[in-house]
Design a protein around this ligand. Structure first.
Ligand code: BG6
Length: 495
């Protein structure tokens, strides 16, 4: 089944996200034959582009960032015929008439009542203005045929997220609002549902009786690059934990859904978020660690400290690293810590989920049979490795009973040879099809803010004394090691 005829308006059309992710995603969907039979892509922005120049700018993006480059056989030219540019000022209500005209022109020529996707790839402070103006369009009131996609950050804290939700839900039906979290579109993330709920093997042991703890690491080897201005208002906790990491945590911790209906999946995730223990302000120091990178050397290159980056205050207290211990207070997870960490300029680029099982209840082997490690571990590598490994003890060949850990591995690259769609392809297709399952519902976003708010408040009110406290190329501040080590555990990375 293909999506209905659709006009896609990309606000922030001349921006980075469109060039790097959105247009490449739409181009790949089109190459795969998944775009609607009739479609148009209209970029809007303040830059003065002709259609021609706009297409050229996007083609550069295809050649640099897309998984498929221009094949030189005319594919891009053909695809690009559907792309145009509308110069507009988002706070000038009169400019929205241009949008209405474009919609009605396409409808006349296609002879259908088209679907419309408004994709807001803009700075968060512009969202209310744009949404309010869009709402005045007749098309926006067509609940079944118009949708609005809102990028992160969704709010800056609980209060602003509530206000934004209130504003959007006053203007649009919840079913029209698609709050995007691109981690949910990653193949390996979607596969967590398959692993857990299409196999009878794991579910019976997926609980506090068998699992010692869970870890989620989302590490990056880059600094804040040229996004210092954005990052100053964000920080690692807001940028990665509030959204991506908590969503991963939900995928690991949710109860089995009875169907794949959007609200069923979203309800199950909301249950997890609602069950996360709210950290008391006076306990934040025991549960959360923040870090900020200093200057240092990575691979022979000297990197600036965060405080020296463009757009960053020289005395900035913004976190570029965050580690938190969460508890989920429900029957399944009572007492099982979920340790999460994320940061810029860490040792490796890796997103990894580790389920550490408990040790066998009785270990009859002689002490000399094995090294100290005895417990099973399931590791789900989200990126860049894409695999799932189950670590277990095996007997080493020979006449003595000598044990050592081995891995049973499922690797995407070995099992599947077809290329994988990018997260944005999957999510854009879902938005075109009108399937909100992998998008966040308003209540989820709010609870996720509620979960991290005590940490945010405490950090903001108590300036760090030791910033910068980690060097580029390390695993973050020492306190992050201590957070887990004092409970007799350690952070796990792949060998
Ligand atoms: C974004 C953050 O949401 O996710 C960035 O704003 C971060 O700071 C990025 O670099 C990481 O995404 P990915 O898909 O590269 O892991």
């Amino acid at each position: 089944k293909k999506p209905e005829p659709t006009i896609i308006f990309i606000f922030g059309g001349s921006g980075d996200l469109n060039q790097r992710k959105l247009t490449p995603a739409l181009y790949n969907l089109w190459m795969d034959g998944l775009m609607p039979g009739q479609f148009a892509i209209v970029g809007t922005g303040r830059t003065d582009y002709s259609d021609e120049k706009f297409r050229e700018h996007l083609l550069n993006g295809i050649n640099e960032f897309s998984r498929r480059k221009d094949d030189q056989n005319g594919s891009w030219e053909k695809f690009a015929q559907s792309i145009s540019y509308l110069r507009m000022d988002v706070d000038n209500p009169a400019d929205y008439e241009g949008i209405a005209t474009i919609i009605s022109n396409y409808e006349t020529s296609w002879k259908v009542s088209a679907h419309v996707l408004f994709y807001l790839a803009v700075a968060p402070q512009l969202v209310p203005e744009i949404a309010t103006n869009l709402n005045k369009l007749t098309k926006a009131k067509d609940i079944l045929r118009s949708r609005i996609v809102v990028e992160k950050p969704f709010g800056h804290d609980l209060k602003s997220a509530q206000e934004l939700n209130k504003l959007l839900t006053n203007l649009f039906d919840e079913g029209q609002i698609y709050r995007i979290d691109h981690y949910l579109g990653k193949e390996t993330v979607q596969n967590i549902l398959a692993l857990r709920f299409a196999n009878a093997l794991f579910e019976p042991i997926w609980n506090r009786n068998y699992i010692d703890h869970v870890q989620i690491t989302a590490a990056e080897t880059v600094g804040v690059e040229d996004r210092g201005g954005y990052y100053e208002r964000s920080g690692a906790l807001r940028d990665m934990v509030q959204n991506h990491i908590l969503q991963l945590l939900c995928m690991v911790a949710m109860e089995a859904p009875v169907s794949f209906e959007a609200d069923e999946i979203r309800n199950k995730k909301s249950d997890v978020l609602n069950a996360i223990r709210k950290i008391k302000k006076e306990e934040v120091q025991r549960y959360a660690v923040r870090g900020q990178y200093s200057s240092g050397w990575i691979q022979g290159q000297q990197e600036k400290a965060y405080r020296e980056e463009k757009g960053v205050a020289p005395n900035s207290n913004v976190d570029t690293f965050a580690a938190v211990k969460f508890y989920i207070d429900n029957w399944r997870w009572q007492g099982v810590p979920f340790y999460v960490r994320t940061g810029k300029y860490l040792t490796e680029k890796t997103t990894l989920i580790t389920i550490q099982f408990k040790e066998a209840p009785k270990y009859a082997f002689p002490p000399e049979a094995t090294e100290t490690w005895r417990a099973n571990r399931l590791t789900i590598s989200i990126q860049p490795e894409e695999d799932i490994r189950l670590l277990f003890q095996a007997k080493r060949p020979g006449q003595t009973m000598s044990l050592n850990p081995v891995n049973m591995v499922f690797s995407y690259a070995d099992s599947y040879h077809e290329p994988q769609p990018e997260a944005y392809e999957t999510l854009l297709l879902d938005a075109l099809m009108g399937n909100p399952t992998q998008f966040m519902r308003g209540d989820q976003v709010e609870v996720a803010w509620e979960v991290i708010e005590p940490i945010l408040d405490t950090w903001e009110n108590r300036p760090p004394v030791d910033f910068p406290n980690y060097a580029p190329g390390t695993w973050g501040p020492e306190d992050a090691e201590a957070l887990i080590a004092r409970e007799g555990r350690n952070w796990i990375t792949l060998p």
